[in-house]
Design a binder for this molecule. Structure first.
Ligand code: PHE
Length: 337
């Protein structure tokens, strides 16, 4: 026996152990090297024939080898535990754990459905920030300096000329400042007003605004047909649409649009306060003053409309208290699955 022989045994043993891929293979190597009739005990016996002067050195080398091989076997055994086992006891046809898929919130649903309907008519989705300038939210929209909606009791002011937008109409302004006509956008978003929360009001609500501006004539008839198409797509073909004269600072003429009540079909009931109609949006022909403020040619034509998302969700689902839409009550939201 020589020291180099010991080194050779060491490198082949460690190499074989590292290559063992299953617990059975590791066990076979344990028998081969460390087992009672294994190679290492045989080498220990060979120590007898070593000259006395060299015995300590050989003894030390052999002990080190034994310890190293034992440690390598243990480590490998842990590493390959479970490998190569047959898993016949596992039934792959068992059903998995069902985690539930959830459903779309009625507010998101109205936004998605509305943008889908208008996208089919060539409108693209536009976006704007919740924090707006006084210019975009009021001045450019031709809202008089003394208009009550500017009051701090109605609007959340963040600074002298900064506020939480009270409507999605400032996105009209942003769109027109960014691009020359034609502009055809639909923009959903959050709005904020200092309203006391009750069954039909919230300080934080959603609107969807639409704007179409062109250098070719765009008329009230176009607005009427577009909104009637939208109402039928949203509420079903039998819905009736009514246009009433109204006032908005940024449109002239302006209209409010009512839909025939979905509950009583126009006969009169508590939901429509016996009128047979439910108001859902404001609209009109864009005022020339607005075109002037955004640097557009005064000969442009356009219409704009804005609707309350919560209002439409309530009508669609027969919800009588707007607060339920925000209550985070799963039992309630599951009703819309
Ligand atoms: N922004 C208006 C509102 O909040 C609605 C509207 C939009 C009216 C566009 C006309 C044109 O009441």
């Amino acid at each position: 026996m020589t020291i180099s022989e010991i080194d050779t045994v060491k490198s082949s043993a460690l190499g074989e152990i590292a290559a063992a891929a299953t617990p059975d293979a590791v066990e076979a190597l344990r028998v081969k090297y460390s087992g009672r009739n294994g190679l290492l005990p045989a080498m220990m016996k060979g120590l007898r024939d070593v000259p006395p002067a060299e015995k300590p050195a050989f003894g030390q080398a052999l002990n080190a080898l034994r310890a190293e091989v034992a440690a390598a076997l243990d480590a490998r055994k842990a590493a390959v535990a479970g490998a190569g086992e047959k898993r016949e006891d596992f039934d792959f046809s068992l059903p998995g754990n069902w985690r539930g898929t959830g459903s779309i919130h009625p507010i998101s649903e109205v936004i998605e459905e509305t943008t889908r309907i208008f996208a089919q008519l060539g409108f693209t989705v536009a976006d704007g920030p919740d924090v707006e300038t006084e210019f975009n939210n009021f001045d450019a929209l031709n809202t008089a300096k003394h208009h009550p909606s500017r009051d701090e009791r109605d609007t959340f002011w963040l600074g002298p000329e900064l506020l939480l937008r009270t409507q999605t109409s400032p996105v009209q302004i942003r769109a027109m400042l960014a691009k020359k006509p034609p502009v055809r956008i639909i923009n959903p978003g959050r709005c904020y007003r200092r309203d006391t929360t009750d069954a039909t009001h919230a300080a934080n609500f959603h609107q969807i605004e639409g704007l179409y501006v062109d250098v070719n004539p765009v008329s009230l008839a176009d607005l009427k047909s577009t909104l009637s198409h939208f109402a039928r797509e949203m509420m079903g073909p039998s819905v009736k649409v009514r246009f009433r004269p109204h006032f908005f600072p940024f449109t002239e003429p302006s209209v409010e649009v009512d839909l025939s009540c979905h509950v009583c079909k126009g006969r009169g009931c508590p939901v429509c306060k016996q009128s047979g109609w439910i108001e859902i949006l404001g609209a009109g022909i864009v005022d020339t003053r607005v075109f002037r403020r955004v640097g557009y040619d005064e000969d442009c034509y356009g219409y704009a409309f804005g609707m309350g998302v919560e209002r439409i969700a309530m009508i669609k689902h027969g919800v009588t208290d707007l607060r339920m839409l925000y209550a985070n009550d799963l039992r309630y939201l599951r009703a819309f699955l």
